[in-house]
Design a protein around this ligand. Sequence first.
Ligand SMILES: [Zn+2]
Ligand SMILES: [Zn+2]
Length: 109
Amino acid sequence: MTRRHYPPGVVFHAPNCGEAGDGNAAAMKVLDAVVAYPSHRYCLCTGGGPDDAPYVVVEQIDYGPHLYEPKPGEPPRDAVQPLCKTCRGTHGPSASAKGTTSGLVVPGG
Ligand SMILES: [Zn+2]
Ligand SMILES: [Zn+2]
């Protein structure tokens, strides 16, 4: 299995949710969204999962600048390292694309 970096956690909304953004975000298939954003949670508007929300709008969360701190517990099998406590991403290259993320590298055990 190829291990990969996880992007920071996002929220999935139903396309008609008022919190889904300014209405310009494109809806995507929930199954594609789950693959693209493994660290996600469902807004209440989706009814709680893919059965009620075949299409979702992905809301990117601004976690602000923070250091990578590994989340306790078992990391996902396909993640290159434990998820960050704050953003649930792995602080990989894509997560720091904005240039503001402090990518403190913690040597793996
Ligand atoms: Zn919502
Ligand atoms: Zn983080």
